[in-house]
Design a protein around this ligand. Sequence first.
Ligand code: UDP
Length: 332
Amino acid sequence: MRVLVVGGAGYIGAHVCKTLAARGDEPIVFDNLSSGHEDAVRWGPLVRGDVRSQTDLAHAFTTHKPDAVMHFAANIEVGEGELAPLQFWDNNVGGVVALLLAMRTANCDKLVFSSTCATYGQPGTLPLTEAEPQDPINVYGRTKLTVERMLADVSRAEGLRYAALRYFNAAGASPDGEIGERHDPETHLIPNALKAAAGIGGPMRLFGDDYETRDGTCLRDFIHVMDLAQAHLAALDRLFTHPGGLACNVGTGQGITVREVLEAVERVTGNPVPHDIHPRRAGDPPELYADISMARELLGFKPQYADIETIVDHAWQFHRKAWGLAESPLQD
Ligand code: UDP
């Protein structure tokens, strides 16, 4: 089938394109390349356009006639959202309004949407199930929750079929090292820890070691980007047999602390991770990890790379190449 992958030049979108192509589907990337990378578009055409532009979207739909849409294009940097809320509302919510209008015109009624565990806010109960009240504590989470509600409304009124996948912490890279995570600036834990281990840019900042967790640092659920991609394909397939919508966690179900990630980075790279302790980062809940029973039941989801060392190793293989480092360990 042909799938319009909005934001397909970005980290998760590109891995989904690779996975779609591997099973014989045709990804058509729609991206304005504001944060995506043209060289990550390798498995089908690139339509350059802005998700808020009806003209750009109409062009993509009439030219490529997709059978379904996957939507990844969004502002994701939590801190940035607090400083520039309108930009987030415009892109993350306005973009989906425009996309849904274009889908309606094109008679396309199937959408897989990138949502986030940030829609839950400070969780009351762990592991987080989908029944947890959604009360986001930042602009990013509020824009994503608003879209979830919009999708439910449009589904009820017009029959849109959708799956909103609430990601936990996407991490890792394609195991063959072909693509991986490239954010600028990079704010995520694993790439920053790898950078520090590689001696690039000085010590990593560790935000808070005084949380009420098993070692004082935050605990997160790191989900391999290829497992995340598989969840998207399963969700996409389900839309063809199930009307209505679903919202579903995608994680591993296991919590790993920041310190445990640093230890995994040390084991994988063979280097220490120089780091300085900084105050807690605003808006970081101490612990977040998923109950993935719903994904297991509805999507047949079973992570293949749940182990943190494998996730870090795949990220390392990718970054090592991207940073032009030697194949051999940096220090023996
Ligand atoms: N973190 C850190 N130093 C960094 C980046 C992240 O200590 O350079 C911490 C962050 O405070 C959080 C965890 O690592 O507790 C995961 O953060 P990340 O930004 O990777 O993902 P998030 O959980 O915010 O989606």
